[in-house]
Design a protein around this ligand. Structure first.
Ligand SMILES: Nc1ncnc2c1ncn2[C@@H]1O[C@H](COP(=O)(O)OP(=O)(O)OP(=O)(O)O)[C@@H](O)[C@H]1O
Length: 419
């Protein structure tokens, strides 16, 4: 509003002053010039309408990009675990380039409009002026004509338009600098050139002396962890919030590098396995089930969205997850169906804490039991029933693992585990 007033008030004052001066210099020429006004108004109206449509496109493309980023950034753990970073990169590039071209078009039109108006203004005046001179057969006083034309020229201030465009570019500079800084960021997780692609794994996991912290000089979140999970075994992790359960899962998916120690999958250090291959064998079912824009089938076959979703596998996954109604599919069932579609050898289950009604609870529990069959399962457990499904239970607290007995847990918490 402030900038609008800053532009309009001086313009109106300048226009009134020049119009008065022109009337004093030559009422006849002022009358002729007045004929230009409807033509100019029509031109400005048409161009304004075009700019409105283009601005609308640019706003929509920016909104689509923002909505996409809002959806993907909170789900980045899920995206990485599903090996779909390349898909997301392509989707981002498509949306970003559409947004870029829409916004460039808007800028071009915004810059072109004052030039077109200017050319038309002077063109029409030139035609009107020369016609009137010819018609009056040279009876116009030359000095009157020059002062009149000078007043006209001063009506349009091209420098102001250039200044406005320059300011807009300047306003965009910090955002562009920030984007360039982001592109300089290098991931610490680097795939070795000779990393192997494991076609299939039994699901045996060995954690050897694993230590990790999120930053230099910060306290270790994991401190010399040792754990051997046999193929097909289900283990449960419990512990206080911030105890490091999710961090252990992130290291298993190789989203971060450990400070020291290693994780072996079927005896092979995960640093020697291709990231795509590792994350194909490790399925992640998180508490906050991610729902992407699209059909339920596309959500279940999410990891194959670009290469083509296998509908037979989607149907099988949905039926096994009790989600084959497709219409009243619970988020938990959707997440389970997604993992069934992936069919990983190792399943990481971050159990939901939210309460479901008893029928939904039964459906989800049945689906979970089917999903956990014949796989190695690491479950971050919150419910006693889930803990009892595990062969071994570990408490992860202050970076250390401690095995707990089933009976000790049952004595401690009758319904829900809060350590
Ligand atoms: N990206 C990160 N950067 C810095 N610190 C982090 C990051 N993620 C987690 N942490 C910290 O690491 C510690 C362990 O977090 P983690 O999420 O692994 O715990 P958790 O046991 O899974 O907790 P919860 O049950 O609440 O999910 C916490 O102190 C947390 O604040």
């Amino acid at each position: 509003m402030h900038s609008l007033l800053n532009t309009i008030v001086p313009s109106v004052l300048q226009l009134s002053a020049m119009a008065t001066q022109m009337l004093i210099i030559s009422p006849q020429l002022s009358l002729i010039s007045a004929f230009v006004i409807p033509a100019m108004a029509l031109t400005v109206g048409c161009l304004g309408e075009k700019l409105r449509a283009i601005s609308n496109d640019a706003n929509l493309s920016t909104a689509s990009l923002a909505a996409y980023l809002n959806e993907v950034f909170p789900s980045i753990l899920f995206v990485k675990a599903n090996n779909t970073e390349p898909n997301e990169r392509i989707r981002f590039q498509l949306l970003a380039s559409a947004d870029l071209s829409a916004r460039l078009k808007k800028k071009q039109v915004k810059i072109l409009i004052p030039q077109i108006v200017q050319i038309m203004f002077f063109g029409l005046l030139f035609i009107l002026g020369s016609t009137s001179i010819i018609v009056s057969r040279g009876s116009f006083n030359c000095s009157v004509l020059v002062s009149f034309m000078t007043s006209l020229v001063l009506l349009i201030d091209p420098i102001q338009d250039v200044g406005k465009a320059y300011n807009e570019l300047k306003q965009g500079e910090p955002a562009i600098e920030r984007l360039f800084n982001l592109t300089l960021f290098k991931s610490q997780v680097i795939e070795k050139p000779d990393a192997v692609d494991l076609a299939s794994v039994t699901g045996e996991v060995k954690v050897c002396g694993l230590s990790f912290s999120y930053g230099d000089g910060t306290a270790p979140v994991l401190d010399g962890l040792n754990l051997h999970i046999k193929a097909g075994e289900t283990i449960a992790l419990v512990g206080p919030s911030g105890g490091g359960k999710t961090t252990l899962v992130k290291l298993l998916l190789r989203l971060y590098e450990p400070l020291s120690g290693s994780i072996l999958l079927d005896g092979c250090d995960i640093r020697n396995i291709q990231l795509q291959s590792l994350r194909r064998h490790v399925g992640l079912v998180t508490q906050d089930s991610v729902l992407f824009a699209g059909t339920i089938a596309e959500n279940i076959g999410y990891r194959d969205l670009l290469s083509g979703v296998d509908m037979d596998r989607v149907r099988f996954a949905a039926e096994t997850a009790n989600a084959d109604g497709f219409i009243k599919c619970l988020p938990d069932q959707l997440a389970i169906a997604r993992a069934l579609y992936q069919n990983p050898s190792i399943l990481i289950l971050d159990e939901a804490t939210s309460a479901l009604d008893s029928r939904s609870e039964l459906l989800v529990r049945q689906a979970l039991e089917r999903l956990m069959q014949d796989r190695t399962v690491v479950v971050i457990a919150h419910r006693v029933e889930t803990l009892l499904m595990a062969q071994r239970i570990f408490l992860l607290n202050q970076g250390k693992l401690q095995q707990l007995s089933h009976s000790a847990l049952l004595d401690a918490q009758p319904t829900q585990l809060v350590v």
